[in-house]
Design a binder for this molecule. Sequence first.
Ligand code: ATP
Ligand code: MG
Length: 419
Amino acid sequence: MSTFSAPKGTYDLIPPDSADYLAVREAIAAPLKRAGYGYIETPGFEQAALFARGVGESTDIVTKEMYTLTTKGGDELALRPEGTASVLRAALQANLHRGALPVKLWYSGSYYRYERPQAGRYRHFSQVGAEALGSEDPALDAELIILAVDAYRSLGLQNFRLLLNSLGDTECRPVYRAALQDFLRGLDLDEDTRQRIDINPLRVLDDKRDSVQQQLIGAPMMRDHLCEACKIYHEQVRELLIAAGVAFEDDPKLVRGLDYYTRTTFEFVHDGLGSQSAVGGGGRYDGLSEMIGGPALPSVGWALGVDRTVLALRAEGVTLELPSRTDVFAVPIGEEARRALFGVITELRRGGVAADFAYGGKGMKNAMKSANRSGARYALVLGERDLAEGVLQIKDLDSGEQTAVALDTAVAEVLAKLG
Ligand code: ATP
Ligand code: MG
């Protein structure tokens, strides 16, 4: 222990567990890369006002969960709590929206929210996300959902469910919103929730309390208020998902509170995670660009939580098939052998072999222990007598079988054995 430990609500990724996180990020990114999404990276902090506008002044993220700071120069910044606003800001700044549309981007990184820490809920967590900017096409909504499902499947995850809804558009949503407000005003609700009716009425549908849910029976639902265009759009998304063999549940109560979220909205939940069940979510945000001062730019995206995906894999007992960290482990005995073998290892690494070395002048017994622990297929053993004879011992660590090869052809021999 040192005097310091990781701040509350955070944790370190440490080998061997850290390999799972890396594998999850890569597995989520792989289908995106194959579908033409380009990698984007933005700063870990932005002007706080970007999130106030781009996530929403009335959201928990902005009112309670944001890490804000004033710089010495007087700038009001915030650690990014999510990725979409930053990605859109960067795309507009670089004028990507003036080129061919849609602009398809993916990202991976750390996000910060001042939350009450608990299993699956941290103050620093990581997401991989994807955004398709500047196009209104149900195939794009379907594409993103399918890519997320394919990513989860490629990891071997099974017990996740996709919840799907449509939030309508600027034509039909205001009418629905007013109808919902009328209904909610007739209910027996606490002061906080009453305030929500004015600012964020859709969010009331999302209330986790039984006392509220009981009263919501019979509430008007967006799906019964969709205009013809939204109905057709949503039906097309559903048909494309069905054709792709993607199972989903229509969830009329799945909402996002803000007006710039439109039409398709979805969430991936995993039943093995207790109350932090959302492993990812997303949807269409046709009005967001205008909210942050950009042109009209209908867009759709999602963000998947890496931490919760790792927890979900563990809950299902999935062990990822990670490539062995080490193919070959070198065991030198004596100073001269050490120098010679270090050269062999360097050459093997340059030839693409994962190779490690017994450092620290360990004795033969300890060095062989390290070799076994490394998971390597072969130990390369070089003693003083071997050196004198110009040979190197290649020991198969599974069978224990040992063969001597000429030292100056050792690299080629090992490369051939590893095929
Ligand atoms: P929740 O309802 O659990 O608070 P959210 O709606 O705030 O989730 P999003 O903003 O949609 O989550 O973020 C997408 C994903 O990022 C979530 O589905 C989840 O997997 C992950 N995530 C969000 N907040 C956290 C957190 N504090 N710790 C770990 N993962 C998180
Ligand atoms: Mg949250």
